[in-house]
Design a binder for this molecule. Structure first.
Ligand SMILES: NC(=O)c1ccc[n+]([C@@H]2O[C@H](COP(=O)([O-])OP(=O)(O)OC[C@H]3O[C@@H](n4cnc5c(N)ncnc54)[C@H](O)[C@@H]3O)[C@@H](O)[C@H]2O)c1
Length: 341
């Protein structure tokens, strides 16, 4: 069990804590054959995923190459001993030239700015997924999806389990279901083993639902509590769960919700930020009892509670925000219930 500090002081410390491999992941990688490739490794979660995989491979003392692939350069990952490859996955020929590995974590996606450039969102979320699913037939694939493929639900349901039928609202969420279906197509025909990872909100100090709320409280801006409840998971724990989830990949595909165990009140968390920051939070709207609430009891039963509890994550986020720590400037729009991003 790693020590969790009271505060995270800089990006270097943050990235070290984010990329800690769990004992469970190290054990999984001792059993899993083949190399690991992260597709879409340059986004918000990808670097944590690649670094966690690399640290777990080293800790397990197994011979595996960790590849990180993106359309953008990945110098920090290359410096960490990860094999980086630049590839535009919209180009089927280029995808075909990637090394054929046994384990793929698929993280390519497009969300922000989807309203007004719907065709690009569909292309990135569906055509690229098709290219990857077709090229990596025969591999184990953990394919990132989102809790937004489920309907918005009443908090009294306890959140959507994997059994709840999908009902995406808006084109971003629809295109994410399209992305799942491309992987399903190959898993249904016995050609690939797939686990669809329906994630609700990774959280770390530079972005996420908690950063959105903390920033508003710190700046004295009103926090909209209409979508009054959410769940999040420390991004490092999400990556550990997804990499361990590779062993669940099957045909037809398995679905795995990934998020934290608590459904928390946005109002209560804002009040806690207020206490920690010495500010009086302001609110707008009234809780309507609805939200994208994801129930991750299945992952929890398989992999245990996340290593970073919500309370610690709130304290880290408050301190980071007050010290003016880096913010990537991409609000989650967790308040959205109409699917327009
Ligand atoms: N971050 C979250 O909290 C969250 C929540 C729910 C679901 N998800 C899902 O998880 C996935 C990963 O999340 P993220 O926040 O890291 O996403 P992101 O948007 O930050 O990263 C996506 C990556 O895909 C790459 N990419 C896009 N088009 C490409 C192309 N043609 N060729 C190669 N690479 C390309 C981008 O360069 C980027 O590095 C997303 O697809 C998203 O749907 C994320």
């Amino acid at each position: 069990m790693h020590h969790l500090p009271d505060k995270i002081r800089n990006v270097q410390e943050l990235e070290e804590i984010l990329s800690r491999p769990s004992e469970g992941l190290i054990a999984t990688l001792k059993e899993l054959d083949g190399d690991i490739m992260i597709l879409g490794a340059g986004g918000k979660i990808g670097p944590t995923m690649a670094l966690t995989a690399k640290r777990a491979v080293d800790a397990a003392k197994v011979q595996k190459t960790v590849y990180a692939v993106d359309v953008v350069d990945l110098p920090n990952l290359a410096a960490a001993g990860i094999k980086t490859l630049k590839c535009d996955l919209l180009d089927l020929d280029a995808v075909g030239k990637l090394p054929k590995v046994k384990n793929v974590v698929y993280m390519v996606g497009r969300k922000f700015g989807s309203t007004g450039s719907e065709s690009l969102t569909w292309a990135i979320n569906v055509i690229v997924a098709y290219h990857a699913a077709r090229t990596f037939q025969g591999s184990r694939i953990a394919a990132f999806s989102t809790g937004c493929v489920y309907p918005v639900v009443d908090i009294r349901t306890g959140g959507t389990t994997e059994q709840v039928p999908v009902n995406p609202v808006g084109e971003y969420a629809m295109s994410c279901l399209g992305r799942e279906r491309m992987f399903d197509y190959f898993a249904d025909s016995d050609k690939s083993k797939v686990v669809q990872v329906r994630l609700n909100y990774a959280a770390e100090c530079r972005y996420g639902v908690l950063v959105d709320v903390a920033t508003k409280v710190w700046k004295g801006e009103p926090v909209d509590v209409t979508t009054g409840y959410a769940n999040v998971i420390w991004q490092g724990d999400a990556c550990n769960h997804v990499l361990q989830g590779l062993k669940l990949a099957s045909n037809p595909a398995t679905i795995l919700n990934v998020t934290g165990p608590e459904i928390f009140s946005i109002r209560q968390v804002a009040q806690r930020f207020g206490q920690l920051m010495g500010r009086e939070p302001k609110f707008t709207g009234q809780e309507n009892g609805l939200g994208y609430i994801n129930n991750a009891s299945k992952a929890n039963a398989l992999f245990g509670n996340p290593s970073v509890p919500l309370g610690r994550l709130v304290e880290w986020t408050a301190h980071w925000t007050m010290q003016g720590g880096e913010n990537i400037g991409k609000p989650t729009h967790f308040e959205t219930q109409n699917g327009k991003y």
